[in-house]
Design a protein around this ligand. Structure first.
Ligand code: AMP
Ligand code: GLY
Length: 457
């Protein structure tokens, strides 16, 4: 008997969602993938239909679309979509109408791990999950007093807006003035709006960071490869070329997987001391966690500690983690939704490493121009992926289109080869072939991995 084709709706328009769709399409039973709003890279793929008119923050519109197009599974990419309570709305619709729509993300209560940083930290404290010292404040003067105490003691302190701030609400303060400014910006000036009604003041953790991506079905967990993001913009070393971990924080300018800092021992510790206790604590609280659990860790001299918890794939981590997954992603997502992840085997490409280099608009993460021509993206071998993010197709006339920049992070170029050195060689070769006069990239993605592996840079 022929199985019914999956009809999948992906929500988002970035490189992460492009990588998700690329992986979803490897399932032969996928009939069509709808994506809202989508981007030109996705629009060029067979079996993908972009739905730019669908408002992804409007649950009713999404559910109407799912009914009309008989969607079997909806996969939200970004946190603001998850924060609308989409999973709760879909479940309620199922109960009221006897439908069986699947939604691959946690409910609003469970997503609080990302939406309410203070609550996530409290959960760590209550369950003895290793993290830094912290306090949560709604009063700026109390926050300042505590932050200055930690600063005097440690020489640094981290101040975070409690709510969602598009990845910008975190300040690592290394001077007293930075402490004052952070509290003022977040809690007094409300630079990040309501996200700064409360702030988390946290100990600065020293070590090397890594991202842990886990699929969770409420009870069972399955690990995707560890990865490492490069969040800072760095400093300019040549036109269009930056390097270093200085400069402002961005959404992420590159990543690689697996991350050698996550040794098998660290991975085992993360599982035992961090991931399982989080999943179990959520279940005990009646907030069954289903979907992606992304734990940002710092590998300190005392072992791994939690820096942040997110309820979605990282971007650009997804672009390096998904190509290393050998198993079928659709089967895994369905198993998560149905609470039977233990019945599905998760196989990884153990003999490959992936590197992603983001091409961003000059000026990002501050002010930048858009609408600049990308005259060539090159033609690449199969192990190079040009994932689109901030791009747009413009009508040139006479049946012809051209590609223009339309956002901060524009393209996420990814190479998947036998080891990190090969992937790096290929990825930068591909980056060099992309023609646009207003893009920059970091030239040192993967530098920590190379140092750990003993490669001279
Ligand atoms: P978050 O959005 O919480 O991940 O914070 C953004 C970035 O700030 C992290 O990826 C870290 O590089 C840095 N960061 C956040 N919290 C800490 C901490 N407690 N210690 C050191 N660095 C931190
Ligand atoms: N790359 C960091 C994040 O997605 O949160």
């Amino acid at each position: 008997m022929k199985t019914k084709k999956h009809r999948i709706l992906v929500l988002g328009r970035g490189g992460r969602e492009h990588a998700l769709i690329w992986k979803i399409l490897q399932n032969p039973d996928v009939g069509v993938v709808y994506v809202a709003p989508g981007n030109p890279g996705m629009a060029m793929m067979a079996r993908v239909k972009c739905v730019p008119e669908l408002d992804i923050l409007n649950q009713d519109a999404i559910i109407r679309f799912m009914v009309e197009y008989e969607i079997t599974l909806v996969v939200p990419g970004p946190e603001d979509v998850i924060a609308t309570g989409l999973a709760d709305a879909v479940r309620q619709h199922n109960q009221e109408h006897g439908t069986e729509f699947r939604v691959f993300c946690p409910t609003l209560g469970a997503a609080a791990l990302e939406l309410d940083k203070g609550l996530a930290m409290e959960l760590c404290r209550e369950n003895e999950i290793p993290t830094g010292k912290f306090q949560v404040f709604d009063n700026p003067l109390s926050a300042l007093s505590y932050a200055l105490t930690v600063f005097v003691w440690d020489g640094a302190v981290v101040i975070k807006a409690n709510g969602l701030a598009a990845g910008k609400g975190v300040r690592v303060c290394r001077t007293e003035e930075e402490v004052w400014t952070a509290i003022y910006d977040i809690m007094v000036r409300h630079l990040y709006g309501d996200a700064g009604k409360k702030a988390v003041v946290m100990e600065y953790l020293k070590g090397e960071e890594a991202s842990i991506t886990v699929l969770v079905d409420g009870e069972h967990v399955a690990y995707l490869p560890s990865s490492q993001d490069h969040k800072a913009r760095g400093h300019k070393v040549a036109p269009g070329v930056y390097e270093g971990d200085d400069g402002p924080n961005t959404g992420g300018l590159g990543a690689y997987a697996p991350a050698p800092v996550v040794t098998p021992e660290i991975q085992a510790e993360v599982h035992k001391a961090i991931v399982l206790p989080i999943v179990r604590a959520m279940a005990r609280a009646g907030l069954t966690y289903k979907g992606v659990l992304y734990v940002g860790i710092m590998v300190t001299k005392d072992g791994p500690k939690v820096v942040e918890i997110n309820c979605r794939f990282g971007d650009p981590e997804a672009q390096v983690v998904l190509p290393l997954l050998k198993s079928d992603l659709v089967e895994l997502m369905l198993a998560c939704c149905d609470g039977r992840l233990n019945e599905v085997e998760v196989e990884l490409h153990q003999d490959r490493a992936a590197v992603c280099v983001v091409l961003a608009s000059e000026g990002y993460p501050d002010k930048y121009e858009t609408g600049r021509l990308i005259s060539d993206v090159g033609i690449h071998p199969q192990f190079i992926h040009i994932f689109h993010a901030g791009t747009e197709r413009r009508w040139k006339g006479r049946g012809d289109y051209e590609l223009r920049t339309a956002g901060g992070r524009v393209l996420a170029v990814t190479a998947v080869h036998e080891d990190i050195q090969h992937s790096l060689d290929w990825v930068y070769d591909a980056v060099d072939r992309i023609q646009c006069d207003n893009l920059f990239y970091r030239s040192d993605i993967g530098h920590r991995a190379l140092a750990r592996l003993g490669v001279r840079v």
